[in-house]
Design a protein around this ligand. Structure first.
Ligand SMILES: NC(=O)C1=CN([C@@H]2O[C@H](COP(=O)(O)OP(=O)(O)OC[C@H]3O[C@@H](n4cnc5c(N)ncnc54)[C@H](OP(=O)(O)O)[C@@H]3O)[C@@H](O)[C@H]2O)C=CC1
Ligand SMILES: CC(=O)N[C@@H](CCC(=O)OP(=O)(O)O)C(=O)O
Length: 344
């Protein structure tokens, strides 16, 4: 069997480390160059000690020359850097996968409002579960990996909007772990600030993932969907738990809602609709490329309520990225990806 060679730019970071962990388990992808910035020249084992199989590999500079000659290049770099590196790589048949935000948004005005600076362009969106998206990804040579919160919220609500079961007025409250912010030291992420406390941040419609959620759900609904999004920081390293609600369309019953979700998700390998009465917890999805989902109708408030858990680094970044790459390379979508979590 001829293995396809894969480079990871940003290998010393959280997303790069999770890509490497998963790629070590992939039967048809082999890890080639590992690159970064300030850590170039040092062994990967100094930055990702949980990956002994790669401990002796030396991290290289992130240059077009080092990344050339691979079948797939994952860019797990800060916003702005991935567009710059992708531009240096130029036109090629290599599958280039941006784990950052640079190529996710279709609307340059939304980019300018939430990120600022020049919009790099729009690449095929790496969420195979979105209706119609699998076929697009099968021929894609550029892939924009969704943000971690948009992955969770889109998976939680797309069955409701695809079935015309909810009004386009979404409210999301979601808690995330600290790894979502990356490895660099940030004052609000010091252990003494995070331990034993849950706090809201990015309140009031300013979080940069808001337009991405609206983009995804509007495409499914066929009308503009607004999302009122409140993120929260929870004292855990990994995980997102998102509670997503929207007004139910008149006449919707709990049974019809459940049936619509069952039908929409029955063939999805990485979205589990939990048995009725079982509610998602981040611990169910730790290290798995699986989203754990539950839905109900709040009949008193007249709202669809969907609760979803993902691992932000697995389904929310690296696992979702490899799932899309499997499609782009003509491999089985599930190949090499863990579906089971770790419990307790
Ligand atoms: N963490 C998460 O849950 C998620 C992250 N992402 C995205 O993945 C990307 C990486 O995030 P994350 O891993 O958390 O971030 P980290 O801060 O943990 O890692 C950043 C990585 O990028 C490297 N790097 C920084 N600047 C440059 C540069 N100029 N040239 C080359 N390499 C550079 C760093 O290298 P060095 O250490 O040598 O400086 C490091 O390897 C981001 O775009 C983020 O949006 C997406 C979804 C979720
Ligand atoms: C705790 C924390 O700060 N979390 C990050 C998670 C977002 C993330 O990782 O998203 P990108 O893929 O767009 O980088 C945040 O809210 O900005």
């Amino acid at each position: 069997m001829i293995m396809q060679r894969v480079a990871i730019a940003g290998a010393s970071g959280y997303a790069g480390g999770e890509l490497a962990r998963l790629l070590l388990m992939h039967p048809e992808l082999e890890i080639g160059a590992l690159t970064a910035a300030s850590s170039a020249g040092s062994p990967l084992g100094a930055h990702q000690p949980h990956l002994p199989q790669l401990a002796g590999r030396i991290i290289q500079e992130t240059t077009a020359d080092v990344l050339a000659g691979h079948d797939v290049v994952f860019l797990a770099l800060p916003h702005g850097q991935s567009a710059a590196v992708a531009a240096q790589l130029g036109e090629s048949d290599t599958v280039i996968v941006d784990c950052g935000a640079d190529h996710r948004l279709a609307d340059p005005a939304a980019w300018a409002e939430f990120y600022g600076g020049a919009h790099a362009g729009t690449w095929p969106y790496g969420l195979p579960e979105l209706p119609g998206q699998r076929d697009i990804l099968r021929t894609a040579r550029r892939i924009a990996v969704p943000g971690c919160y948009p992955t969770s919220v889109t998976l939680a609500l797309f069955p409701a909007f695809a079935g015309g079961l909810a009004e386009p007025d979404v409210v999301v409250v979601a808690a995330t772990g600290t790894s979502g912010a990356g490895k660099a030291l940030k004052p609000n992420l010091l252990g003494s600030e995070v331990m034993g406390s849950v706090s809201a941040y990015g309140v009031g419609g300013v979080h940069r993932h808001t337009p991405e959620m609206e983009q995804n759900l509007s495409a499914v609904a066929g009308v503009p969907v607004t999302v009122a999004f409140t993120p929260m920081l929870a004292p855990m390293s990994r995980g997102i738990l998102a509670t997503c609600t929207a007004p139910a369309t008149p006449g919707l019953t709990a049974a019809a809602l459940r049936e619509a979700y069952e039908n929409a998700l029955k063939d999805e390998p990485f979205v589990t609709l939990l048995p009725e009465g079982v509610w998602p917890a981040t611990s169910m999805t730790y290290g798995a490329n699986t989203a754990a989902l539950q839905v109900t109708l709040d009949e008193r408030a007249g709202r669809v309520v969907a609760v979803i858990a993902i691992d932000n680094l697995t389904k929310g970044t690296a696992g979702g990225a490899i799932q899309s790459v499997n499609l782009a390379l003509g491999l089985p979508e599930e190949l090499g990806l863990p579906t089971n979590g770790v419990a307790p």
